[in-house]
Design a protein around this ligand. Structure first.
Ligand SMILES: [Zn+2]
Length: 511
């Protein structure tokens, strides 16, 4: 005999075979890299509650989405983006992260290029309280620690300074960071020796995780691309972290064709038991600053005031210009640098120099003097290297999204349209694994990245007939099209192709 109370409880709690949302009839790529299956997916609360044949199971759903003709996959996880840089001090619009959601991205990193937070608990806690459109996980930053302790100094760190930096990194890891980032290409991080970087990042060793780097040289600026890869591998190996080469590329004519050699170095190291991976964006232009791309690093030591003093000295100015000339050649010349911010957006350095009647490097130096490190798109990669990297099973997808470059709004749909559907460089199952399951696995992001019963319901539904990026170098902020439904922790963030403005993201802590 059932008591009245038990009967009441049965009526109040939903039966086991019910879901809030049922995504029916889609072609499902589950993120593991395996072949697609035609299965229905049920979401209950924050989690994936069902995978299978809904009719056969008699599943009752509050709402059913007809996904026939559409692709269903786990939400993408972007391991290199600047979209949440500055958390928690971002506008609600930025925190909504609609540009990412419209690409199917449901989780983004905070802290690329070594500029990640040191106070991880505070930043994540405040961001979560304010609300986020996408989930986020943090990498703490070697650069943040160095700037805090040494400012913009080019001096080597003392033993005491190294101890302080190491403690900052350890504390950030303890607070839930998934690893440590560096940007050794950029001043002032560029002034740190390999030994200094290793000694500082040792603070992360007890916690494990990923050493993610915008490496010292993606070209032929200083130590050269291959030595730079060797350095990144060594830093990861000695600190016990997985090495990730952020936005891997062969930058500039001097190293075009080196993609296979980079991949070979990675493969050899993996064969010795140390995991080395990379992430990549599918664009031939990188996005950086005019100063970062052209100035010799010694000219930036001590920060902007010191730089301006050097430029004011005629002999030093000549030396700077000579090195800038070589750096411009390395990147492909004045027609390959496109200004992306401010009043000059949309013009190449060549056009600006012609308008002003001054040589290209002098024009650039003048712009840097008056405008700081203006944003540029730098067309310096070739299609061949991009495809070679993309085909490697250890190269994941990332956007490196930053304002002014279309990659912030278009990376994932572009890769699907251009490299999976139009010219099949990689199959869709690889695309989905490289953009979801593998990223979760490498970073230790639990219960996400795979469509699996019990996992968090970060689920996307897109139309392979229409998916594409709309953002261009001249109009970089156009939303992508073709993403039909995006669920973040079970809540609809994109509904029938339109963003809902939901703030359903969570701040993730490493467990
Ligand atoms: Zn970078």
């Amino acid at each position: 005999m059932i008591s009245q109370l038990a009967l009441l409880l049965m009526l109040l709690s939903p039966p086991a075979d019910s879901a809030d949302v049922l995504i029916r009839g889609g072609l499902v790529y589950d993120g593991s890299g395996g072949p697609p299956r035609r299965v229905d997916i049920g979401i209950r609360g924050e989690r994936i509650s069902f995978l299978g044949d809904a009719r056969q199971a008699g599943l009752v759903a509050g709402r059913t989405i007809d996904a026939s003709g559409l692709i269903v996959s786990p939400g993408f996880i972007d391991p290199h983006t600047h979209s949440y840089e500055g958390l928690p001090n971002l506008s609600e619009q930025r925190r909504k992260n609609i540009g990412a959601l419209m690409q199917g991205v449901t989780t983004v990193v905070t802290g690329a290029d070594g500029r990640g937070p040191l106070e991880v608990a505070r930043v994540l806690g405040e961001a979560e309280r304010l609300g986020l459109g996408t989930n986020t996980y943090a990498l703490t930053g070697f650069g943040s620690a160095r700037v805090k302790v040494l400012g913009n100094s080019s001096a080597p760190a003392s033993a005491a300074q190294i101890d302080t930096m190491r403690a900052l990194i350890a504390q950030a890891m303890k607070e839930g960071a998934f690893g440590v980032g560096s940007g050794l290409f950029y001043a002032p991080q560029s002034y740190a020796s390999t030994e200094e970087v290793i000694a500082v990042i040792m603070g992360a060793k007890p916690y494990g995780g990923v050493y993610d780097t915008h490496q010292r040289d993606e070209s032929s600026y200083t130590i050269g691309l291959l030595n730079s890869v060797r350095e990144a591998i060594r830093i990861g190996r000695e600190t016990g972290l997985t090495t990730n080469l952020g936005h891997v590329k062969a930058l500039g004519v001097d190293v075009w064709g080196y993609a296979d050699s980079v991949l070979a170095l990675m493969r050899e190291e993996r064969a010795r038991g140390h995991l080395v991976v990379a992430d990549q964006y599918p664009w031939t232009a990188s996005g950086t600053g005019l100063g970062s791309s052209l100035l010799p690093r010694w000219s930036q030591a001590g920060g902007r005031d010191s730089f301006l003093l050097r430029v004011a000295d005629p002999a030093t100015r000549e030396k700077i210009l000579a090195e800038m000339r070589d750096n411009l050649r390395r990147r492909g010349g004045d027609s390959t640098l496109l200004l992306t911010g401010g009043a000059l957006a949309g013009k190449t350095l060549k056009q600006i120099a012609a308008e002003r009647g001054t040589p290209a490097v002098e024009t650039a130096l003048e712009l840097i003097k008056t405008g700081g490190d203006l944003g540029v798109a730098s067309f310096n990669m070739n299609e061949q290297d991009i495809e070679t990297f993309m085909k490697d099973p250890y190269v994941m997808t990332s956007s490196d999204g930053s304002p002014g470059h279309p990659r912030l709004y278009g990376t994932y749909p572009r890769k699907i349209r251009r490299y999976v559907l139009d010219k099949p460089v990689i199959p869709m199952e690889r695309m989905v694994r490289a953009s979801a399951g593998q990223v979760a696995e490498v970073y230790g992001i639990l219960e996400r990245g795979l469509l699996k019963q019990g996992n968090y319901a970060d689920v996307i539904v897109f139309d392979p007939k229409t998916i594409r990026e709309m953002a261009t170098y001249l109009k970089p902020e156009e939303l992508s099209v073709g993403m039909r439904w995006v669920f973040v922790n079970g809540k609809a963030a994109v509904e029938a192709g339109a963003p809902t403005g939901a703030l359903a993201g969570k701040a993730l802590r490493k467990r």
